[in-house]
Design a protein. Sequence first.
Length: 339
Amino acid sequence: MSGKHILISDPSLRDGNHAVRHQLTPDQVRAYCVRAEAARIPVIEVGHGNGLGASSLQLGEAAATDAELLRAARESLKNTQLGVHIIPGFATIEKDLKPALDAGVDVFRVASHCTEADITDRFIMFARNAGKTAYGVLMMSHMASPEILLEEAQKMEAYGAETLVIMDSAGYYLPDDVRRRIGLLVDNLDIPVGFHAHNNLGCAIANSLAAIEVGATMLDGCARGFGAGAGNAQLEVLVAVLHRLGYETGIDLYKVLDLATFAETEVMETVPIISSASVVSGLAGVFSGFLKPATRIANDFGVDVRDVFFELGRRGVVAGQEDIILEVVEGLSKRKQFA
């Protein structure tokens, strides 16, 4: 174990945007990136919570354009790589990827729902042909069996993905769930495997450690857990624990602790907590980014948000289907009136 390197990627300025309704500003991005560079963070993700091109009424309108956020980050980064999250359909090659390439993006994380890897082929190939790093990312990965995840991951590998990341987008996993999936991927892929945790059930750090136990070599972590819902694996804790276990990250511990303090005081509205709604969201397997809109709409209608999450989970709703939240809440409200 001692001396093994784990690549850490920090999506605070992308996943964290969910927590502030996509209102991060270029000044906040610039200031965070300066400190992340000083901490020697290898990769920083920047953008709307749902990635390039996702700013919209349905998904949430961002305070700044993708171009403005990427420019602010690029100006502040020298050794730290600049990454973006891409969901084909929200993003297009002409409208979003080409401008991102021109803006100096280094890492293109191309994501799909866990059973829809087919939609990523052109996007992964575009990034590779441009000489950039391309990851394949499978979101809401708990919704597929380990065997199906492997099939989808192999597609992304065939398209040219250089790393395969599975996301526990709902914070649903327990450590054994992670071991089964990551272990199967590591044994059957010829590219590195990474893991992106959410903390709905309090297992983000434990799940991240479970991933590396069975061969993952890349992990996501956010400062103070800054991310959707109950937040992500807490970056500074993740680094500290990895160092204690003898892994190498190349990250300066004191400076990543300072980075987390800065994020808490200057970037975040509140530090993520595991609220009752977050626990239910995790149990129901519902996308963590639904926490704020579901809570707001449920409160407007006088409906218990816990019932909302269980119904969303029963329907298998995924990111991008935010409009269904209102439909579910209205249905529960009517049922309540006639009970």
